[in-house]
Design a protein. Structure first.
Length: 107
């Protein structure tokens, strides 16, 4: 999961950097868009849009152990329901650990 997350972050960063670099010349220059300081409204609006999307799609994982986060993703818990699964994730991880200890003891 970590590799996929890092790959997504790198691709998102590269795309947003390219998009900003490509569009700023056309928006700001006098012979193109000629927005000047009003270009801030364009980028501010885009930033607001991406903030809302991030708020809806990026989960708040404070207080979760990495095993619990793994369990949440394996069970495909929707982002907006993650806080409802705090107890279930802890119980599932404890059950998995108990199962592993039991298997280890029987070997």
């Amino acid at each position: 999961m970590r590799g996929k997350t890092q790959a997504l972050a790198v691709i998102s960063n590269a795309f947003s950097t390219w998009l900003f670099t490509f569009t700023v010349a056309y928006i700001y220059n006098v012979d193109a868009g000629n927005l000047g300081i009003r270009a801030g409204f364009v980028y501010g609006g885009g930033s607001l849009l991406f903030f809302v999307i991030s708020y809806l799609l990026v989960p708040d994982l404070r207080g979760f152990a990495k095993e619990e986060v793994g369990w949440l993703y394996e069970n495909q818990v929707p982002v907006w329901k993650i806080r409802d699964y705090v107890g279930k994730a802890k119980e599932a991880v404890q059950a998995m650990e108990a199962n592993m200890m039991q298997e280890k003891g029987s070997v």
